[in-house]
Design a protein around this ligand. Structure first.
Ligand code: GLU
Length: 303
């Protein structure tokens, strides 16, 4: 498969697309990003890298981090984790309070904010130095010791994080947060502030396409666990648009409001895209277009 030519074609076609969507304004620090940044990186299972556009520029991975926090929590506590968070698509906005009331404090899935706050709480209970241990985990799975939080983005979100604070308090009232709320929120805002390039993101997610094993050969999750987390990405990875992403792209993946998307074809490749203009559901407009083109042109999707 000539991935470079395919990426070049997709890039050219993308440049001709109408500029639809707006940069997220919910986190002040992120609203100043150039909306027309665009990059794609594809990594094959035998370690070949293909890049186009702004694929080597760092961006805020935001909710993409929820897959990595879940991975660490799942690897530590196993199936017991599902006693505190569900595995169903939400059908509601990612920061909805209403659903949590109906479901008595058990978030629908780990990728909506309420679910990610519960996972943050689990990690705080399980780790000695939660933020440090988490970033070390990401550095290890991605084979990249330079990956880090962006404290300015974390603080910017903290200052505007009223809805997440409401969710954390609500969860605590149902007994589904065990630690101090401020500590949980602090962990959550920091995890969302992690920055990566498309290339780094593709490498960080390599193990999801490689039956749970990193490029360096570390077994992060067993094959059954990685199947489950890929299934969750497929059904819940794109806010209230997971069906649309599945229909158009046909790969498990996760998006974030920083405009990043990572998706993977098990045993074949990992691909990451970045374009900050978001559609009204919070997914990168151009990123979805590009990945749809990729699986259409290559015929490589899980369906
Ligand atoms: N930090 C963001 C928030 O909690 C994450 C949103 C996202 O990327 O979905 O609002």
């Amino acid at each position: 498969m000539d991935y470079l030519t395919i990426l070049e074609d997709i890039y050219k076609e993308s440049q001709g697309q109408p500029k639809i969507g707006l940069v997220s304004t919910s986190i002040p620090e992120l609203s100043i990003i150039n909306p027309d940044k665009f990059g794609i990186h594809l990594l094959t299972m035998n370690g070949q890298d293909f890049s186009i556009g702004d694929a080597s520029e760092k961006f805020s991975i935001q909710s993409v981090s929820k897959v990595l926090s879940l991975t660490l929590a799942f690897s530590i506590v196993g199936e017991k984790i599902w006693e505190r968070v569900g595995v169903e698509p939400s059908g509601n906005p990612f920061n909805s309070l209403v659903q949590l009331e109906y479901e008595k404090g058990i978030p629908r899935n780990p990728f909506i904010n309420a679910g990610a706050l519960v996972i943050a709480d689990v990690l705080i209970s399980e780790l000695k130095n939660p933020k440090q241990d988490f970033i070390e985990f990401i550095r290890e799975v991605s084979g990249n010791p330079t990956i880090d939080f962006n404290p300015e983005v974390a603080n910017s979100e903290k200052n505007a994080g009223f809805r997440n604070a409401a969710l954390a308090n609500f969860l605590k009232s149902f007994g589904n947060i065990k630690n101090d709320i401020n500590e949980v929120l602090d962990f959550y805002f920091y995890q969302c502030s992690i920055e990566m390039t498309c290339k780094e993101l593709a490498h960080a997610f390599y193990f999801f396409a490689n039956e749970g094993k990193t490029e360096a050969g570390k077994q992060v999750l067993n094959t059954s666990q990685v199947k489950r987390l890929n299934a969750l990405m497929q059904t819940c990875g794109f806010y209230d648009e997971s069906g649309e992403f599945t229909y158009r792209v046909g790969l498990p993946g996760k998006s974030g409001i920083g405009g990043g998307i990572v998706a993977l074809y098990p045993k074949n490749f990992v691909v990451a895209s970045w374009s900050p203009r978001l559609n009204e559901k919070g997914n990168s407009e151009l990123g979805m277009f590009a990945l749809e083109q990729l699986t259409t042109k290559t015929g490589m999707s899980i369906f």
